[in-house]
Design a protein around this ligand. Structure first.
Ligand code: AHR
Length: 520
């Protein structure tokens, strides 16, 4: 079976509406959803990087969000907001992409090193024409990554930069000592090299990264990458993982033309190919309509289809599978209100129960397609788009999406398992399953706002033992954690039943349930 046709088994579990099974007092009509987990049929390893994140110099993501400055009255660690560091460290950020986004192709790394008072002030042309004082630069980014134990991913400037600028940044970061650039890093306070492995060669070069054709970008990619990855050796012995700009959503024309021009020689210097996939929303975050809710959540079926098609094209070009498909920006992008923009900065949106359901559906897609994906970075970590944390002054709260990631953290590093279902309904039960040793982890998501689901999940290929579950749920898709009430949506224990044949759970509307089951 080809990897693409397998998608038909995985899209969403059967969801059959049975009014007569409505239970007293529930206030909604449950439907029965059936699926089978094949515990002895591995799909692939769920790389921890599939739960990655992205932080850009945009709105209040960095300045005022992650970075408050060393002299701030807000508790901080060397300028990094202490509460944010603690929350992010707790949820685990396997990889963090920086400094953009669109910002990356107008960023010159030398602006962000050396004594603060000497760093130039530049205008951020992409996100509001405000002046950027460059107080958060490479050293601060690496320090943040170390504080939260994230692998750094630097997105380089192709749109307005040069191959020399990017290879110098790599030398500055990774060469231990003895060259002028590495000694400059040491003089700037970092004796140990930064060991940065992930390097993006541009961002959205079909758009803000230079408005290029795929042929133009492929030519530039070949030129830039020549100076970044050499067979003869690499800076500090760190073999760089070079990431090429892929399509917007499932743009097959971009991929076809890019790969044709890249050719086999360019392919040898390519390790990741990054697609961006946003789930746009036609309402402001807390004022979603039912129609817009359904429309946005249905986009995850398109994401899954896009992964299948892009991966098939990549494998057609690179049958040995040396180039990974990545999703290095994804998440919900709602209508941003003027009031929110003025109060909190560009691309600030509230994060609701709908956003959490979307995050969990996205992660379920990544798990199911684990054999095809190398990374997935939610956009963006703090105060921008699909954020894990929101800040206002000294306040820093965990959003519903933070808790969705927390609930699904147990899948990281495990083996994704095959799931069978006989429906294609994009709003049917969304699920993923993984195993490691004697434990099975299953995440079930009910994306419906108006009906519960009685989930009957048969498990083949393993015997089941004790089970427990946690749930994140709120019946109102516009509900959210606020600075005044930060605990409106938090996970709690939820009953789950494991029998000899499988798992049974009741999912209220808009519920994310992760069950952990002992297996033999
Ligand atoms: O995440 C916000 C923006 O979305 C990024 O800067 C850009 O890459 C994408 O269009």
């Amino acid at each position: 079976m080809s990897s693409f046709t397998r998608r038909t088994f995985l899209a969403g579990a059967a969801s059959v509406f049975h009014p007569i099974t409505a239970r007293k007092g529930l206030g909604y009509q449950p439907a029965t959803a059936k699926a089978t987990i094949q515990a002895d049929v591995p799909v692939g390893q769920i790389r921890p990087e599939l739960h990655g994140h992205f932080a850009e110099h945009l709105g209040s993501c960095i300045y005022g969000g992650l970075w408050v400055g060393k002299n701030s009255p807000i508790p901080n660690i060397n300028g990094h907001r202490k509460q944010a560091v603690e929350y992010l460290r707790a949820v685990g950020i396997p990889v963090l992409r920086w400094p953009g986004g669109c910002f990356a192709d107008d960023y010159h790394w030398r602006d962000g090193i050396g004594p603060l008072e000497k760093r130039p002030r530049r205008v951020n042309i992409w996100w509001g024409m405000y002046t950027e004082d460059n107080s958060f630069g490479t050293h601060e980014f690496i320090e943040l990554c170390r504080l939260i134990e994230a692998e750094p991913y630097i997105a380089g400037n192709v749109g307005s930069g040069t191959p020399q600028e990017l290879r110098d940044w790599m030398e500055y970061c990774n060469y231990p000592s003895g060259s002028t650039l590495s000694d400059e890093r040491i003089a700037n306070g970092a004796k140990e090299p930064f060991g940065v492995r992930y390097w993006g060669v541009g961002n959205e070069n079909w758009g803000c990264g230079g408005t290029m054709t795929p042929e133009e970008y492929a030519g530039l990619y070949r030129r830039f990458s020549t100076y970044l990855a050499r067979r003869q050796g690499s800076f500090g012995g760190i073999r760089p993982y070079l990431i090429a700009c892929g399509p917007n959503r499932n743009d097959t024309d971009w991929t076809k033309r890019f790969l044709e021009t890249l050719g086999p020689r360019g392919a040898r210097l390519t390790h990741g190919y990054a697609m961006h996939f946003y789930s746009n929303g036609r309402s402001p975050a807390t004022k979603f309509t039912v129609e817009h809710l359904k429309e946005q959540l249905s986009s995850f079926a398109e994401l899954e289809k896009g992964i299948g098609q892009q991966h098939a094209m990549l494998r057609g070009f690179d049958p040995e599978g040396r180039i990974d498909l990545l999703i290095d920006e994804w998440g919900v992008w709602d209508q941003i209100t003027q009031e929110d923009r003025e109060r909190y900065g560009a691309l600030w949106q509230q994060i609701t129960m709908r956003s959490a359901v979307a995050a969990a559906m996205g992660l379920n897609v990544f798990h199911r397609q684990a054999d095809k994906l190398g990374m997935g970075n939610l956009a963006q970590t703090v105060n921008v788009l699909h954020a894990l944390l929101l800040t206002e002054g000294e306040h820093c709260i965990r959003t519903s999406t933070y808790y969705a990631f927390e609930l699904m953290k147990a899948h990281r590093g495990r083996t994704s398992l095959r799931i069978e279902s006989d429906t294609q309904d994009p709003l049917g039960l969304s699920m993923s399953a993984s195993r490691s040793g004697s434990e099975l982890v299953v995440t079930l998501v009910n994306p419906n706002h108006d009906r519960g689901m009685s989930v009957e999940c048969q498990v083949t290929g393993a015997g089941l033992g004790r089970a427990s579950a946690r749930m994140l749920q709120h019946a109102d898709f516009n509900a959210c954690n606020t600075f005044e009430n930060p605990d409106i949506i938090v996970p709690k224990n939820h009953p789950v039943e494991a029998t000899a044949r499988g798992i049974k759970a009741e999912l209220p509307p808009l519920a994310i349930v992760t069950a952990t089951v002992a297996i033999s």
